[in-house]
Design a protein around this ligand. Sequence first.
Ligand SMILES: NC(=O)c1ccc[n+]([C@@H]2O[C@H](COP(=O)([O-])OP(=O)(O)OC[C@H]3O[C@@H](n4cnc5c(N)ncnc54)[C@H](OP(=O)(O)O)[C@@H]3O)[C@@H](O)[C@H]2O)c1
Length: 278
Amino acid sequence: MTPVVSTRELNDGHRLPVLGLGTYGLNGDAGTAAVGDAIRSGYRLLDTALNYGNEDAVGRAVRASDVPRSEFVVTSKLPGRHHGWDEAHRSVEESLANLGLESIDLYLIHWPNPSVGKFVDTWRALVDLRDSGVVRSIGVSNFTEEHLTQIIDATGVAPAVNQIELHPFFPQEAMRAVHERLGIVTESWSPLAKRSELLQEAPIRSAAAAHGVEPVQVVLRWHVQLGAVPVPKSGDAGRQRENLDVFGFTLTDDEMSAISGLERGRLWDGDPDTHEEM
Ligand SMILES: NC(=O)c1ccc[n+]([C@@H]2O[C@H](COP(=O)([O-])OP(=O)(O)OC[C@H]3O[C@@H](n4cnc5c(N)ncnc54)[C@H](OP(=O)(O)O)[C@@H]3O)[C@@H](O)[C@H]2O)c1
């Protein structure tokens, strides 16, 4: 039997797998095949976005799979150019058509784009889409504490999830504490720091040796023990399985601290207060 990743409860009562698949760059038939491999390995949380241009590839893999639809948490994201009440209602229809699915399980505002000044209206639209059953759970991505405060004050609804850049070079301690206080689950994007030189770092290599696992597994285990949900991307079936196989060992407190001590900042200039993505 394929091991399926365990789940945790969101603030709306629905459940989220504790580890998922990033799909940026998995496009076309090769993308569908790669996502299909991941589903067969046990991935149920699939992270796509309108702007990745691969909702069709992800949707095809879900529809072709014999896994019940109800087991999946298909996530997509609303782009900056579609902020606003009407625009958001149209955008979700575009994503649903691309996916070829009846509903989206987790729908996020991709970036706050504060200079556009519409993320609060956009959040109101997502609350409406959730209440009318078009999407199941709603959340945001790349929101700061200030952005979160604004949308919660305006609607009384806290996002189920905030997906933020998070990896050992950028552990996001302050945002994780904000999420904890507000009942929001942290998802980690670029959880492997896009692989980079992260896997060569001494605290990661020594923990890997101590537990007889691969450095990449130490990094993903670190996310899980922080209580953050990583969505590592791999197009390779073997590496997908490796990334999922992180539930048979536990990092010590010292190992966790040493890995968090690798902090040096964002991978690139993706500060949500200034970075705009349309
Ligand atoms: N919300 C946002 O603004 C935002 C921004 C960025 C990313 N994301 C999401 O987060 C996901 C993950 O981030 P990411 O794709 O930037 O980077 P990532 O997951 O940190 O790293 C992906 C890279 O690591 C490699 N890799 C994966 N597993 C490996 C393993 N076991 N051993 C060695 N190398 C491995 C992959 O290569 P192979 O494919 O060849 O294995 C790929 O080059 C994205 O796909 C996307 O869904 C969201």
